[in-house]
Design a protein around this ligand. Structure first.
Ligand code: ADP
Length: 306
């Protein structure tokens, strides 16, 4: 295969591992900075250029598009799809996953377990909003936050109200969520490829911290997940249309609840915690999908775009 990896930085662990795994399996691979790609939108022969050179002949694309470049990044990916390349995760699926409200609504519609969650922009009755999700304690999240920043635990109704008012004052979009106390500061990252959870790790926040993010000093260990957790993770990824995803699950008293589905899950934490070759499994999955696609006459293009 000729593989393009869309990544802003070839030195990142995940990018390096994917390059290594692709080469090891005999493929040609190139890392492209998504912001440096430029294109023309033409109905017959869409083109992609890079540093003055016309790119063509890529069989597959691995998008590693950071949240800050989602808009342009997904447009570049869409162009590769239009040029006939197989995308590990398609542009529409990434767009769905990046929108927290939309993802939670889609997951809810499929009956996947979720923490009770409220969304608000300018609620006139904040107390009612808090009541809607079951009352304090609640977790309040900034929609734009990542790595646990902008995620606040409000133990009392008064605290919740002040935090919501403060965020509203900053014109930030927020989400108010039932606090899953029984998770005890830990969550489970399930790495899904295709219709399987290929690896899972438990992330535990440091003492006294309810957020398990590794960036906030949390630690990761190997964990055995239940069949219900396994199927929840796979269904969550499939609902959003992702072939590769990091599905974050909390163990609630009433079963597994999905907190987030990540469309560009990092490889470092999970490969280190589990000792598995996730990069290799990713490339292997792409080989299989591409072979299936090429086996079907007239099926060299991806499904609907947009
Ligand atoms: P980010 O996307 O910024 O990492 P998350 O929504 O994943 O934010 O939250 C960060 C961490 O906080 C999670 O990994 C989890 O450990 C904890 N957390 C988030 N929401 C809840 C909740 N509703 N109940 C319990 N813990 C939570």
């Amino acid at each position: 295969m000729r593989i393009a990896i869309l990544s802003r930085n070839p030195r990142l662990y995940s990018t390096r591992r994917l390059v290594e795994a692709a080469k090891q399996r005999g493929h040609e691979v190139r890392v492209l900075d998504v912001l440096r790609c430029y294109m023309n939108i033409a109905s017959h022969r869409p083109e992609m250029h890079y540093k003055g050179e016309a790119l063509s002949g890529f069989d597959a694309v691995i998008p590693r598009i950071g949240a800050s470049v989602s808009f342009y990044g997904t447009a570049v990916l869409r162009q590769f799809e239009m040029m006939g390349a197989f995308a590990l995760n398609e542009s529409v699926a990434i767009t769905r996953a990046r929108d927290k409200l939309r993802s939670l609504q889609l997951l809810a519609r499929k009956g996947i377990g979720l923490p009770v969650t409220g969304f608000a922009d300018k609620p006139d009755d904040i107390e009612d909003l808090i009541k809607m999700v079951g009352g304090a304690p609640v977790v309040i999240k900034l929609l734009e936050g990542t790595q646990g920043i902008g995620v606040v635990l409000a133990e009392t109704e008064t605290a919740a109200k002040s935090v919501i008012e403060a965020f509203m004052g900053l014109h930030a979009n927020i989400l108010v969520q039932e606090f899953i106390r029984e998770a005890r500061g830990s969550d489970i990252r399930c790495f899904v490829i295709g219709d399987r959870v290929v690896a899972a790790m438990k992330r535990q926040g440091r003492e006294g911290e309810f957020r398990s993010n590794l960036h906030r000093g949390g630690s990761a260990t190997l964990i055995r997940i239940t069949p219900e957790e396994r199927s929840t993770a796979v269904r969550a990824a499939q609902t959003l249309g992702l072939n590769a995803a990091g599905v974050d699950i909390l163990r609630a008293n009433h079963g597994p609840v999905v907190m987030e589905v990540n469309s560009s899950p990092g490889l470092e934490g999970i490969e280190t915690a589990t000792g598995k070759d996730i990069a290799g499994m990713t490339i292997q999955f792409m080989e299989k999908r591409l072979a299936e696609r090429q086996g079907r006459p007239g099926a060299t293009r991806t499904r609907g775009h947009g």
